[in-house]
Design a protein around this ligand. Structure first.
Ligand SMILES: Cc1ncc(C[n+]2csc(CCOP(=O)(O)OP(=O)(O)O)c2C)c(N)n1
Ligand SMILES: [Mg+2]
Length: 612
């Protein structure tokens, strides 16, 4: 079949499917893009020819920023439990390198996205190109090589003949739960337009079976033995529990053996918040309940977790516990010198049924009473009179109970992790692997594209909003309805607090004008973010207190257009932090505040362990 390389690529992608547990879905459900000279004549022509604009096999969604496109694909893939994703096409040069941040986010969060940057001519016939890096040492280096370290698979297609094998390798990585992440096919602009005779078999329907690897029998025996010896076990549930669809199996495991379950950011919602074994968030942004148990546990059963510093309180949290790590990725399973169970989370939890074994009754009861204490504390915090951020979250929690809350960076992820009551696994979507400002609206768009039946509530701080709000336009264009709750506290509350704690005196963290003495201590910046949102095509509602917030959220939930609820929060106490985070403080300073911070730092650091 004679087609251009780009036409062949589009035709191939439209025929890829995944299958798990007997259910099939499109692997590449559509293509996001921004055109330039590096892709318009190749991929652009191919998409137009297959009818992308009018419901062709690979629907095309024009976006506003290439980084944001990758966030949208990530939001989509996460919502679909990694079984389906979107492709992203860009021009060469800045369009392509704009995707580096999105690619890092995808790879770090172990979420599949397919990136299709244009690249400089393979023939080099045209000489130095617009936007070409032109490295004097090597003409085959291009700016796209910046995507290599953040991609799980990278191939540059310098000849049409290279395409079929690269496509198959790319699809394998996208659908392998252990290897998945950003996958990049860099497409020189001349090769995109070049015709070639392709074998028909390349375009037949292909189903990628997404594996559920089962535990090795000897490893399972060791794991069962470890459970039988444990009296005070604690499960740390990560994102892998959700992606594998292991939530019900985990709930049954916990109930049957009396094991408390704590959750990471990616794992939050694995158990419904009112499950008798749920003890909530763990780590630096964890609940007092989960963190107390983490300090006393004799066994930590990590399921589908990467053990980031937020989860382990920078390796200071888990007292003297041994680790049993269930993970589909051997790399993660091996962390903390754990006993490893390299397997799909659902399969592994289903096989971990040591007859007659239960956690000590005192331990299970203590976990339940600590969790009850945290629920009461949450009620108290949610019930506050003033419109502080935690109170805002409490009002939203009620109204979004069957929707999805989306967030990524700032002070909200910590408050959400501690306080939010997730009713089901899909209710909570906080990107905290890369914690990337700007993920919120773009990612929320992907969530809504993947789950149009759910109301999506994007929570975004003023700092994140200013960094990347433009995908509101894409949501309006697609008729995809989002509720965006824009929380304005005039600057970086999170980093401001951190700055103060490490002796950096909040330098540059408030949105203020430069004052007469040359410091940034003048009046607050005269910025109207609500007007900005309206100018992008959203409906805007303003809320000033608890009641008007509730009314606005209800109205926004019922609306059929993308609606921004603009709220200025009043400063108020955040829920207590009961575990450390390692952010090194200056070892020498003339400033007594910094010296005191350093002393506190050195004190806390003594609890850090190597877990050898
Ligand atoms: C792209 C990016 N740049 C910088 C940071 C570091 N950072 C984390 S939170 C934050 C401030 C966020 O401000 P805002 O969205 O207003 O949230 P707030 O802290 O006020 O709740 C910054 C700068 C980041 N996470 N992502
Ligand atoms: Mg802010």
């Amino acid at each position: 079949m004679r087609l251009t390389t780009a036409q062949a690529l589009v035709r191939f992608l439209a025929n890829q499917w995944t299958e798990r547990d007997g259910a099939e879905q499109r692997l590449i459900a559509g293509c996001l893009g921004i055109f330039g000279h590096g892709n318009v004549a190749g991929i652009g022509q191919a998409l137009a020819e297959q009818g992308a604009g009018t419901g062709g096999a690979l629907p095309y969604y024009p976006a506003r920023n290439e980084q944001a496109m990758v966030h949208t694909a990530v939001g989509f893939a996460r919502t679909r439990d990694r079984l389906s994703t979107l492709a992203c096409t860009t021009s060469i040069g800045p369009g392509a390198t704009n995707m580096v941040t999105g690619a890092a986010l995808a790879t770090i969060n172990r979420l599949p996205v397919l990136l299709l940057p244009g690249d400089v001519f393979a023939t080099r016939a045209a000489g130095t190109l617009l936007q070409e890096l032109e490295d004097p040492r090597s003409p085959d280096l291009s700016v796209n090589d910046t995507l290599r370290p953040v991609s799980r698979f990278f191939a540059r297609i310098d000849r049409p003949e290279q395409l079929p094998a690269a496509l198959l390798a790319a699809m394998r990585v996208l659908t392998d739960p252990a290897e998945t992440g950003a996958v990049t096919l860099a497409l020189p602009q001349d090769v995109q337009a070049e015709a070639f005779d392709w074998p028909e078999e390349l375009f037949t329907r292909r189903v990628w079976h997404v594996a559920r690897p089962v535990p090795e029998p000897a490893a399972l025996d060791r794991a069962l033995e470890m459970l039988r010896r444990s009296r005070r076990p604690l499960v740390v549930a990560g994102g892998g529990v959700k992606y594998s669809g292991a939530c019900e199996t985990l709930a049954a495991f916990a109930a049957r053996h009396g094991v408390p379950v704590a959750e990471t950011q990616a794992g939050k919602g694995a158990l419904p918040h009112d499950h008798p074994c749920a003890v909530g968030a763990v780590g630096h942004t964890g609940t007092a309940a989960a963190n107390t148990l983490a300090r006393e546990a004799d066994l930590v059963i990590g399921v589908g977790t990467r053990y980031t510093d937020f989860t382990t309180a920078s390796r200071s949290l888990f007292g003297q516990a041994a680790f049993l790590n269930v993970n589909v990725t051997a790399f993660d399973a091996a962390k903390h010198s754990g006993e490893t169970l390299v397997a799909d989370a659902r399969e592994a939890l289903g096989a971990l049924w040591p007859d007659g074994w239960r956690a000590e009754a005192d331990w299970t009861d203590r976990a339940a009473s600590l969790a009850a204490g945290w629920r009461a504390e949450t009620d108290r915090i949610y019930g506050g009179a003033e419109l502080t951020q935690p109170v805002l979250l409490g009002v939203l929690n009620e109204i979004a109970a069957d929707g999805v809350v989306v967030n990524a960076a700032g002070s909200m992820p910590g408050d959400l992790h501690k306080l939010w009551r997730a009713a089901d696994p899909g209710n909570y979507h906080v990107e905290y692997g890369y914690s990337c400002m700007g993920y919120e609206i773009a990612g929320g768009l992907g969530v809504k594209l993947a789950a149009p039946e759910r109301e999506v509530f994007v929570l975004v701080g003023d700092g994140s909003y200013l960094m990347m709000a433009q995908e509101i336009v894409t949501a309006v264009q697609e008729g995809v309805k989002l509720v965006v709750v824009l929380v304005d506290n005039r600057g970086f509350a999170s980093i401001g607090n951190l700055s103060e704690a490490v002796g950096a005196h909040r330098l540059g963290t408030a949105h203020r004008t430069r004052g007469p003495a040359g410091e940034l201590d003048g009046p607050y910046l005269p910025v109207d973010l609500a007007a900005n949102a309206a100018s992008l095509g959203a409906d805007v509602l303003r809320a000033t207190d608890r009641e008007s917030l509730r009314e606005a959220l209800v109205k926004a939930r019922e609306a059929d257009r993308t609606t921004v609820v603009y709220v200025e929060t009043v400063p108020g106490p955040a829920p207590d932090t009961t575990a450390w985070w390692d952010v090194p403080v200056a070892e020498v300073s003339r400033d007594p505040v910094t010296r005191a911070a350093r002393e506190r730092y050195e004190d806390a650091k003594r609890d850090q362990r190597p877990y050898l």
